[in-house]
Write a protein that binds this ligand. Structure first.
Ligand SMILES: Nc1ncnc2c1ncn2[C@@H]1O[C@H](COP(=O)(O)OP(=O)(O)OP(=O)(O)O)[C@@H](O)[C@H]1O
Ligand SMILES: [Mg+2]
Length: 249
């Protein structure tokens, strides 16, 4: 019998620890190509020199597929912010420094953010054709870059070890593109969980990356649309409000 500790459980995946290894096991219904694609992107980040858990393999498990990786001993920024709320500002600053450091890398090997987003927006049946058109126009007007964008840069995806070094998890959504989109996504996710922290994030990211807040905000309707499918209820209402900004400009 394996010594397993479940780290997180969702309808389509279970992440658990087994000694020095983490196994991210997907349900049988989850496409095999998505699992291999996540392991591929994760390996690209590893080869680019980003501190990530080493990918150890992709293997069949319980009828589906699983990614095996190194276990990183430490705490996520999410854990630390909960444990030490008085240190929130300091932690946020470090979190942003890491994001900017990652975005400083070029990764032409990954899919471009704009193509991925355009495909998602084109496929959104819940948004009418005119709004989709406005969103795509806006997307095409954005500057083209090939920066490494993690695509899900949130406090629960960055682990800090005891010696202060960091390691970034969860590479399924990484692309090569414009860092404004990456920051807009982090802002969006933080707003859904903790609006006050999100506003601090936006101001501090803008200052540290020397990127105008307006520029990040221009990405908001696009990024909100690209994540609409994953949300329901009040979160969905908020995303719809952000998307509607694009309709009247
Ligand atoms: N290699 C690892 N080393 C240490 N901890 C890990 C590792 N992989 C995952 N974890 C822990 O498990 C949690 C969930 O893992 P992961 O982020 O890969 O999955 P997830 O389902 O996408 O989570 P979320 O959507 O909440 O970000 C992480 O926030 C972290 O606490
Ligand atoms: Mg995660």
């Amino acid at each position: 019998m394996e010594e397993r500790t479940i780290l997180t459980e969702k309808s389509y995946k279970t992440v658990y620890r087994d000694g020095n290894v983490v196994i991210k096991e997907f349900a049988a219904s989850h496409p095999k190509s998505n699992v291999f694609n996540e392991a591929y992107i994760h390996s690209v980040a590893e080869e680019a020199g980003v501190p990530v858990p080493a990918v150890l393999g992709v293997e069949p498990r319980n009828g589906g597929w699983a990614i095996r990786m190194e276990y990183i001993n430490g705490k996520t920024f999410g854990d630390l912010m909960k444990e030490q709320p008085e240190k929130e500002d300091e932690l946020l600053e470090k979190f942003i420094d890491i994001q900017i450091e990652v975005e400083g890398r070029r990764t032409p090997k990954l899919r471009n953010t704009r193509y991925k987003m355009a495909e998602i927006i084109n496929g959104l049946s819940e948004i009418d054709a005119s709004t989709r058109y406005e969103l795509l126009q806006r997307l095409h007007g954005m500057k083209r870059h090939t920066k490494l964008c993690h695509g899900d840069f949130v406090p629960s995806n960055v682990v800090i070890r005891e010696d202060g070094s960091y390691c970034i998890l969860d590479w399924a959504h990484a692309t090569s593109g414009n860092a404004g989109a990456d920051a807009a996504f982090s802002y969006l996710r933080l707003t859904l969980d903790n609006p006050e922290l999100a506003e601090k994030y936006l101001r501090l990211y803008s200052r540290k990356a020397d990127m105008p807040i307006q520029y990040i905000q221009q990405w908001m309707p696009i990024v909100a649309a690209a994540h609409l499918v994953k949300h329901s209820g009040s979160e969905r209402e908020l995303l719809e409000q952000w998307i509607s900004v694009a309709e009247y400009q």
